[in-house]
Ligand binder design. Structure first.
Ligand code: NAP
Length: 451
């Protein structure tokens, strides 16, 4: 008997799991559903536009879309066009893979001032996400601060520092490219509340900052002197993590010997500082107050030393939350789908960042998908009387035909696989020479290609 599966969200986690289930579950029919007319989630919306090799993973995902038992259903928002309950009523198995792209709020007074942005908003803007069509961040000052010591903070610092020539083959939003080009920025502060050893960025991304044509990475302490970077990491890290952290220290040691020289942009790593206040004038940020910190018995404590930096634009890169779908169990404090090892409720599962929070690199989602495929298949194979594995079995459902009827009755313009390929070709076709593609920046532009 055919088994119907809906995967909501078409980022890496959704595609990896769709790949496994569409192969392993004989006679399955799988629909990959997305709010946008385009698939691939964070690969299009959040991976830095100059990380073209990373984006090439979509070729692998395209092969999943070619399978006879897989459909792409774009331009459908669950919770708006189709309710969560309707989705559950149509498919035997529903998998939530909606990722996490809402910004975690900076817990500071003034966080909603003009010139203060979350990294999710900022990153989706330079990646031409349709939700950011009207967004135009203030990049009109000399001083930009980025809070957070993760890879997203480094991505943003790098994109803000690159010249148009260095971005020539990227798929950056042209409006963003223009604004960045016109920005008079001279100083970008990358602020960590802990030290170089505790930073969560990785060596590849850190090293990229040494290859910029008009910017130089510097490591300063608050009093303007070079910060002493430890030679050796401490204890308590496992093999892979200790290698990453040790390599980070080595790179930062090199950066601490750099001089500003005549570089147009200085990238200052400022460790051991916790933001304490966003200062404003006429509703716009003009400086950032910070408290110096230190670790005491492994706990972060603030010292009495303070520092105030002139800041015209502040970007907080401190992590993300998932967006709840109305009716779906959701853990508000954690900002993830409420789940136990990926099981949400009968017949419903979750995978990726909406399950475990915004952690890990793209291949981490493959490991997660392998785990979830095992769980889902084990639940399907379990006898109805066997309660030991908290199985999520339900009565057979009508399958994709039922969702097609609902969508058609509601006159929802579904974007299928072939439609997506037309949009894809149109984006590639309209790109200036040398660029991989020029994305459409609104849903209307994408649909116009089809009509
Ligand atoms: P992240 O790696 O978790 O880093 C978040 C940073 O924000 C940490 O330095 C954290 O400090 C800091 N932070 C959190 N709350 C704060 C607060 N209230 N005040 C000050 N600082 C605060 O997150 P991310 O950079 O958003 O990246 C998300 C995931 O995507 C990561 O797994 C990352 O590796 C991945 N990613 C990978 C790539 C790539 O492979 N090229 C690119 C982008 C993102 P503490 O450590 O002290 O909490």
């Amino acid at each position: 008997m055919s088994h119907s599966i809906a995967v909501v969200g078409t980022g890496p986690a959704g595609f990896y799991l769709a790949d496994l289930l569409s192969k392993k579950l004989e006679h399955s029919q799988l629909d990959l559903i997305d709010r946008l007319p385009s698939p691939f989630g964070l690969i299009r919306a959040a991976v830095a536009p100059d990380h073209i090799a990373t984006k090439n993973i979509t070729r692998q995902f395209e092969r999943v879309l070619q399978r006879d038992n897989v459909r792409f259903l774009g331009n459908i928002e669950i919770g708006k066009d189709i309710s969560y309950d309707e989705l559950k009523a149509c498919y035997d198995t529903v998998i939530i893979a909606t990722g996490a792209i809402e910004d975690r709020q900076l817990p500071l007074e003034g966080a909603d001032s003009e010139g203060v942005y979350g990294s999710g908003r900022f990153v989706t803007w330079y990646n031409a996400h349709p939700d950011r069509y009207d967004f135009s961040p203030k990049l009109d000052g000399k001083h930009i601060a980025i809070i957070g010591n993760g890879n997203v903070a480094l991505d943003i610092a790098r994109i803000l520092s690159k010249t148009p020539d260095e971005m020539a083959d990227s798929d950056i939003n042209p409006k963003a490219q223009q604004l960045i080009k016109d920005s008079p920025v001279e100083d970008i502060y990358i602020i960590g509340r802990r030290g170089p050893e505790e930073a969560s960025f990785t060596p590849f991304e850190l090293e990229e900052l040494s290859q910029l044509s008009q910017a130089v990475p510097l490591v300063y302490s608050a009093n303007g002197e070079s910060l002493l970077i430890p030679q050796q990491i401490g204890e308590g890290y496992d093999g892979r993590e200790s290698k990453i952290r040790q390599k980070n220290l080595e790179i930062l040691q090199r950066y601490s010997e750099n001089q500003a020289g005549d570089n147009a942009i200085r990238l200052h790593f400022l460790f051991w500082h916790n933001p304490s206040k966003i200062n404003t004038e006429n509703g716009r940020i003009n400086s950032l107050s910070l408290n110096k910190t230190q670790l005491k018995n492994n706990r972060l404590v603030e010292t009495r030393e303070t520092l105030t930096l002139p800041v015209d634009t502040l970007i907080s890169a401190i992590g993300y939350r998932s967006t709840p779908i109305p009716g779906m169990p959701f853990d508000q404090p954690a900002g993830v789908v409420r789940n136990e090892q990926g099981r949400v409720e009968a017949g419903v599962y979750c995978v990726g960042w909406c399950k475990r929070g915004p952690q890990g690199v793209i291949p981490s989602n493959r490991a997660d998908a392998i785990e979830m495929a095992k769980t889902i298949i084990a639940d399907l194979e379990a006898k109805p009387s066997d309660q030991s594995n908290n199985q999520c079995r339900t009565q057979p459902k009508p399958g994709p035909g039922a969702i097609d009827e609902l969508l058609s009755a509601r006159k929802i313009r579904v974007v299928g696989t072939d439609d997506w390929h037309k949009i894809d070709q149109a984006e590639i076709g309209r790109a200036p020479e040398g660029k991989i593609r020029e994305k459409f920046t609104t849903v209307e532009q994408m649909l116009a290609v089809l009509d």
